[in-house]
Design a protein around this ligand. Structure first.
Ligand SMILES: Cc1cc2nc3c(=O)[nH]c(=O)nc-3n(C[C@H](O)[C@H](O)[C@H](O)COP(=O)(O)OP(=O)(O)OC[C@H]3O[C@@H](n4cnc5c(N)ncnc54)[C@H](O)[C@@H]3O)c2cc1C
Length: 455
């Protein structure tokens, strides 16, 4: 009936009305419009070459000059000395496989942490009673003795590491970083406080280089946390089914090029701290009481620090010597140190125990990296030798592992996320060539729309 009615109306329309009514006649285009559409498609094709495309992460050119600003995920990573392609391959071939093993050794799998939820910034509004807090940390320990656990206080972080009464040892392998259900006002308030209160601007409204570094470190860490949440997500509460949630990964991180870039930046920053402390870490005693495990930890650490591929490909992941150079350098350093201590204190406000554990560990690891890069002027200076305590080394290595995992996940999932973004099924169809043609067309159209949105 409706079709008949439409046909009647169709026939009643004059040809001039048809030309005007382009919506109704979308597929009956005259030659002029076809030419216009082809021209638009050519422009789009050229533009999409410059659009945000995950495949660019894997297909870059190598240039080596620091501090290149780029709006694309290609070439040199901003404020660093390595390019995306090199970082991806070094991470996949060297760093990630070694780090994954290193964090399972008995020395590196225990972290000493104060897990109290005693927020110094706002009154307890019941956030520690949230349902999410039921996601508690598994405190099971094996009978290993914790030898050689000497603590010194780090000026970049808030917890007093020497106060043993408040500290608990946690086996990180029993408490993987993943989705916990912690969300809503409590989580939001912490991220807001971190970004708003700790990213001060100059009177001109411009952020200085050092402040930008702090912002990028936090944003990169935030991206990594979100990627871990998305990679290990509770998909179905009823059946307790866990798995990856690519939509969350895309919505929270991958659709924002800056967040991905900051992840790479944070990774290189922490990697630079590790390589700067190379002599110290190579000679350090990895003593957990389990001799075989400790030898393994030592050997893996050497493999990591002395890896020729890493040294060749990315000899200076970040050039810290460029910071604090202005005449206000020392004051600025104090100010940023204070800001970072505030971020560290904010971790006591995290209303979910497992999130607090990983939040603290990773902020503590960043504090260790800042300490290595900025508190010790000359690492070989005998008068002021680098001193790291065990918990700092554990946090630094576990943080680097988390960042490294995030970069691996971003690369592994990039094409699936891209298909999802284009509204396509995750697995490409195997045989139907015509369907493939149609899909390619729609990918093209959807890419154009995404490109327009992302601009
Ligand atoms: C320290 C800490 C640790 C946490 N750990 C966990 C955990 O282990 N498991 C878990 O399930 N939940 C964890 N959470 C909660 C989780 O991070 C989110 O807050 C929560 O899932 C809600 O997410 P959201 O989509 O509202 O955005 P959020 O991730 O809360 O982001 C808040 C706002 O920050 C901005 N933003 C987001 N990402 C970035 C970025 N990379 N760079 C710059 N700005 C950004 C955006 O404006 C966004 O709206 C943690 C929270 C905190 C504060």
């Amino acid at each position: 009936m409706v079709e008949d009615e439409n046909m009647k109306n169709d026939n009643m329309m004059s040809s001039s009305t048809r030309k005007k009514n382009k919506k109704t006649w979308g597929w009956r285009m005259d030659t002029g419009i076809e030419i216009l559409v082809i021209a638009v498609l050519v422009v789009v094709a050229l533009a999409s070459k410059h659009s945000y495309n995950f495949s660019l992460l894997l297909n870059n050119h190598k240039i080596c000059s620091c501090s290149q600003d780029s709006s694309e995920l290609s070439g040199i990573i901003e404020d660093s000395c390595c390019d995306y392609e090199t970082v991806n391959s070094i991470n996949a071939e060297v760093l990630n496989p070694i780090l994954e093993q290193l964090v399972t050794t008995s020395f590196f799998r225990y972290f000493k942490v104060k897990l109290w939820c005693d927020c110094p910034f706002w009154l307890d509004d019941g956030m520690c009673m949230l349902r999410d807090c039921s996601d508690t940390v598994d405190r099971t320990l094996d009978t290993k003795t914790f030898r050689g656990w000497i603590a010194v206080d780090n000026p970049w972080t808030n917890d007093d590491e020497t106060d043993n009464d408040e500290m608990t040892y946690v086996n990180l392998l029993l408490n993987p970083e993943r989705y916990t259900g912690y969300t809503g006002a409590s989580a939001r308030r912490i991220w807001d406080a971190i970004y708003m209160d700790n990213s001060p601007k100059q009177p001109s409204g411009e952020s200085c280089q050092e402040e930008k570094v702090l912002y990028k470190l936090i944003s990169g860490l935030h991206s990594s946390i979100s990627i871990h949440i998305a990679a290990d997500y509770l998909l179905d509460v009823k059946t307790n089914q866990w798995g990856e949630n690519l939509q969350v990964m895309y919505d929270r991180v991958l659709r924002y090029p800056d967040r991905v870039k900051n992840l790479y930046f944070t990774y290189l920053f922490v990697l630079r701290a590790l390589t700067k402390a190379s002599d110290y870490l190579e000679q350090a005693e990895y003593d957990s009481g389990d001799h075989a495990e400790d030898l393994k930890a030592q050997s893996l650490m050497r493999q990591l620090l002395k890896n020729p591929k890493l040294q060749d490909a990315c000899p200076l992941p970040f050039d810290e010597a460029k910071l604090w150079q202005g005449k206000n350098g020392p004051e600025l350093k104090q100010q940023i140190q204070k800001q970072f201590r505030n971020i560290s204190s904010l971790m006591d406000c995290v209303g979910c125990e497992k999130c607090r554990l990983w939040g603290k560990l990773q902020v503590f690891g960043l504090g260790a990296a800042l300490n290595i890069l900025f508190s010790v002027e000359d690492i070989h200076n005998k008068a002021q030798p680098l001193q790291l305590h065990r918990n700092e080394v554990i946090a630094l290595v576990n943080l680097l592992n988390k960042l490294s995992e995030s970069i691996r996940i971003v690369n592994e999932k990039a094409s699936s996320v891209e298909r999802l973004m284009d509204g396509l099924p995750l697995e490409p169809p195997m045989q139907n060539i015509n369907l493939g043609k149609i899909l390619r067309k729609s990918v093209f159209n959807l890419k154009y729309r995404s490109w327009m949105k992302l601009r």
